[in-house]
Design a protein around this ligand. Structure first.
Ligand code: NAD
Length: 490
């Protein structure tokens, strides 16, 4: 299937009104992978108008029809899976095996959405349980769920396919129309998604994809009075701006933002398991995962044992070309990100943290062209350091030490974030007691921080977000409850 290189508005593949274009770079080589339109406010307005006009078409589709289209797209994605995975890798530098996994997850997300489209249930409400107003024995009350309207879906670069599908698929399952704004660093999978929906027969205007800068295209979507809900995934600071602006038109907001996810290893933990969890949690996709393990809080009694094994494990990671199937750590997305990671590492080391491994950009040999940062272990991190407070979107492990459970909990909660957390212990009851006190949307016991199930609740508290994803929950967020009462007195 040919990868589209135009925007998808009102069922047509179009250039930007301004005719401007932008280059999409491969983070592993800095080569231009594609040239795509650089849309602006006018393009966003056209996409929004198209989505508004398409509402009647979306609303006239039955749940069965919506479900069938979603399933068809799932099949098409499966058929084009290898192509999609290669596209993800070329576009955002994700190791190919991870891109394959993301594509397979995309099929699952679409399949759940197809199933859930058939289960958008209401409730009957026993009004005769109320004393007032009189006559309730003759009133029948029930709810139905209606589409919220036009959904603005703004997505990040790090899972350019699956996080987009976590917005688009539930929104369409519920009968909404959608305007997508993918990240400028990773727009190509979104165009492929639009192509698959077109091929599956989704009527014109129900799904639109506009490319361009967040501050223009994204801003137009957020501030437009014609958009009913925003489903945003991205940085906490961007989310705050969006929440403020969106509130002016009273939009529904679902915000999936940054995290600073702690992994707590208690003194009775199976250290070998905690080490493999820390390895996968910290370094998968070079740490560019919202649920990545950012801080490892070690009980002082097992710290040395853990670090000896962890260092050995990190030393086995193969950094390199993401197209190589044996690569475990690829490049980070862009030079700006490299600089931010390096600044945070240098700041921590300047304030007393010890760099046990890595700690710099890898700019030699074959890696010189790409945005590679060495897998890094920083020991002796304390709460006041920037690295313990700011989300570092890179392959960096911040090691902290706690003398008891109470201190570990306090450290874990000592950030503005609250996305996910992990606890390792051999005592399940102790693990649950600690889990209950961790301020996060999700807590794993004896498992990795970076886990998500497509139809399970997912989302953060504090500055990590608001609202929940997971296909059926997202459908709940993207529908309105209507309460209907029929008086059946003769
Ligand atoms: P980002 O905030 O820079 O960009 C996300 C999207 O917002 C992009 O499409 C961007 O163009 C758009 N945008 C930027 N400024 C905007 C503005 N002013 N108005 C409207 N739109 C704007 O995030 P990113 O760097 O692409 O992604 C990484 C971040 O996303 C990390 O913080 C990560 O933790 C977070 N993330 C969160 C989750 C989650 O589910 N909680 C999942 C993945 C990533």
């Amino acid at each position: 299937m040919q990868v589209p290189s135009q925007m998808y508005i009102d069922g047509r593949w179009v250039a930007a009104e301004s005719s401007e274009t932008m280059s999409v770079l491969n983070p592993a080589s800095q080569e231009i992978v594609a040239t795509v339109p650089k849309g602006g406010r006018e393009d966003a307005r056209k996409a929004i108008d198209s989505a508004v006009e398409a509402k009647v078409r979306a609303e006239s589709m039955t749940a069965y029809e919506r479900s069938t289209i979603l399933l068809k797209v799932a099949h098409l994605l499966e058929q084009n899976g290898q192509e999609m995975a290669m596209l993800i890798t070329k576009n955002v530098g994700k190791p190919i095996t991870d891109s394959e996994a993301e594509t397979a997850r995309g099929v699952v997300t679409l399949t759940f959405a197809s199933e859930e489209a058939k289960r958008i249930y209401g409730q009957t409400i026993p009004l005769d349980s109320h004393q007032f107003p009189p006559g309730n024995q003759n009133r029948l009350g029930f709810t139905i769920r209606e589409p919220i309207g036009v959904v603005g879906a703004i997505s990040p670069f790090n899972f350019p396919l699956n996080l987009l599908l976590h917005k688009v698929a539930p929104a369409l399952a519920a009968g909404n129309t959608v305007v997508v704004k993918p990240p400028s660093d990773g727009p190509l999978p979104a165009l492929m998604v639009a192509k698959l929906f077109e091929e599956a027969g989704l009527p014109r205007g129900i799904l639109n994809v506009v490319l361009g800068p967040g501050g223009e295209v994204g801003d137009e979507i957020i501030t437009s009075a014609k958009i009913d809900a925003i489903s945003f995934t991205g940085d906490t600071e961007t989310g705050r701006t969006i929440a403020e602006k969106g509130a002016r038109t009273n939009k529904k907001m679902i915000l999936e933002l940054g995290g600073h996810n702690p992994l707590i290893v208690l003194d009775d933990a199976k250290v070998v398991n905690a080490v493999s969890s820390a390895l996968a949690g910290t370094f998968a996709y070079a740490g560019q995962v919202c649920t990545a393990t950012r801080r490892i809080i070690l009980s002082e009694r097992i710290k040395d044992r853990f670090l000896t094994q962890f260092e050995q494990a990190v030393g086995t990671l193969k950094v390199g070309d993401p197209m190589d199937r044996t690569t475990s750590v690829g490049p980070v997305i862009n030079v700006r990100s490299l600089q931010k990671i390096d600044d945070l590492v240098k700041d921590a080391s300047g304030k007393g943290a010890k760099i046990r491994m890595g700690g710099s950009r890898m700019s030699y040999g074959e890696l010189a062209q790409g945005n590679y940062y060495a897998p890094t272990i920083l020991d002796g991190v304390v709460g006041g350091m920037g690295i313990a407070q700011t989300e570092v979107f890179g392959p960096v492990s911040a090691i902290m030490e706690a003398s008891n459970d109470e201190e570990a909990i306090e450290m874990a909660n000592n950030t503005i974030y609250g996305l996910q957390a992990s606890i390792y212990t051999s005592d399940l009851a102790r693990g649950i007691r600690v889990a209950k006190r961790i301020k996060a949307g999700g807590v794993m016991i004896n498992d990795r921080t970076n886990l998500r199930w497509d139809n399970a609740p997912f989302g953060g508290i504090k500055r990590s977000g608001m609202g929940r994803e997971g296909v059926s929950l997202a459908i709940g967020e993207l529908t309105e409850i209507k309460f209907i009462v029929a008086n059946i007195a003769e």
